[in-house]
Write a protein that binds this ligand. Structure first.
Ligand code: UD1
Length: 371
């Protein structure tokens, strides 16, 4: 019998932090004698140096074994290109498990491709629901979870969501958060890096905006930035601009204390978050990172698929309403930030739990459809 084979998929920037600890956990088992093949597949959804390559370098994981080179495009184009390129890779390598993470187009495209060929899927960060089907990520989550054979969750409500959708209890494993594994592994290195010139620890805010609902309309962006301009009159705001958002900034009025910078790689960005006074964001991952770091977070969205960050973490939903954004920021700057706790199992060991569970799955002689 050949050794079991695991394909780990990354596509977009946030996938890299979620896969890295799983890759490492497999590597340390292999160093200890485990006989298993692990292949890293990059779909190429994010392909720029500062959206992808620098993350591999920062996290010390090797270049992908296979790069599908899918690139950008409409949702249909991007999803279809990933599927077309992933199918022959699956057929060539015949994985025992395909492990996908998060909720990006690459997650769904690879899960769908592999499942239709008869390969088993494990979804890391399963069961999160914003109940907002206008978000492409919500569609990706629902569809990926519906076809996954193992579902690894980060918070208890995700288990409830999956059970209420009819997923069998024995497929669902509450393991914690692999992005938090990476954060805990890398925080000291991140804190050793200098901050951008002219800002001091605790004396600046960080802003990220890239959700289509906020970033794809200059009008919407102008409304949000109106509130950020008012905040910037009290504290400098460092704004690493996602490529999706950059074109819409032209022509908008920005306070001189909003410091627009290029997207940052993992370590400098983590170092920036960790030493900030507060973070304003529409990212999913940043809501979780700020909770672990104990940094106040204002989420510029009407909902979150990560409710634990609001229930016990530092996160507050403020929507895209300038008055709420400004009111909540004023409370934080006035010393009225909420106290917070760390969610259960966000302890840096999620990837080890995942690999343990995968290694205990029954071995099946994979019999892919069409082979
Ligand atoms: C994707 C994910 C989103 C995740 C985000 C993190 C989906 C549906 N969305 O959104 O969940 O939070 O990644 O960044 O999968 N671009 C570059 N360089 C790159 C990649 C993209 O310049 O390396 C530009 C392209 O012009 C592209 C745009 O950014 O059109 C958006 O990229 P895309 O992959 O479509 O989605 P994101 O908005 O990055």
């Amino acid at each position: 019998m050949p050794p079991p084979k695991y394909i780990l998929v990354v596509g977009a920037r946030p996938n890299i932090m979620k896969i890295a600890p799983i890759y490492r956990a497999f590597s340390s088992r292999r160093a200890g004698g485990l006989n298993a093949d692990v292949l890293l597949v990059h779909t190429g959804q994010h392909q720029s140096r500062n959206m992808s390559d620098d993350f591999f370098r920062d996290l010390g994981i090797p270049d992908p074994d296979i790069n599908l080179g899918a690139g950008s495009g409409s949702h249909a184009e991007q999803t279809a290109r990933i599927m077309l390129a992933f199918e022959p890779a699956c057929l060539e390598h015949r994985p025992d498990w395909v492990i996908v993470v998060g909720d990006v187009n690459s997650t769904l495209a690879c899960a769908l491709t592999a499942k239709k060929l008869g390969f088993r899927i494990a979804h890391v960060e399963a069961g999160l629901r914003s109940r907002d089907a206008s978000m492409p990520e919500e569609i990706n989550r629902l569809c990926t979870d519906a076809i996954s054979d193992l579902l690894f969750t980060t918070e208890a409500i995700a288990n409830q969501n999956l059970r209420s959708e009819g997923v069998a209890a024995d497929k669902i494993h509450f393991v914690g958060n692999t992005m938090v594994d990476t954060l805990r592994q890398q925080l000291d290195r991140a804190l050793a890096l200098p901050l951008p010139e002219g800002v001091a620890p605790g004396r600046y805010a960080v802003l990220t905006l890239h959700r289509p609902a906020n970033a794809d309309s200059s009008r919407q962006l102008a409304i949000i930035l109106g509130a950020i301009n008012a905040i910037a009159s009290r504290i400098p705001v460092i704004f690493p601009v996602h490529p999706r958002t950059a074109p819409r900034l032209a022509g908008l009025e920005l306070h001189s204390e909003i410091r627009v910078v290029q997207p940052m790689s993992y370590l400098p960005f983590l170092g920036l978050l960790a030493r900030s006074r507060m973070v304003l964001t529409d990212s999913g991952g940043v809501q979780e990172e700020t909770t672990v770091l104990g940094v106040p977070c204002l989420t510029i969205r009407p909902n979150t698929e990560r409710p634990i960050t609001c229930e016990i973490g530092t996160n507050v939903l403020v929507g895209a309403d300038p008055e709420r954004i400004l009111g909540a920021a004023t409370a934080i700057l006035g010393g009225r930030a909420r106290t917070a706790a760390i969610p259960e199992k966000w302890d840096g060991h999620a990837a080890e739990r995942i690999v343990d569970i995968l290694l205990h799955q029954p071995v099946t002689s994979s019999c892919p459809v069409g082979v």
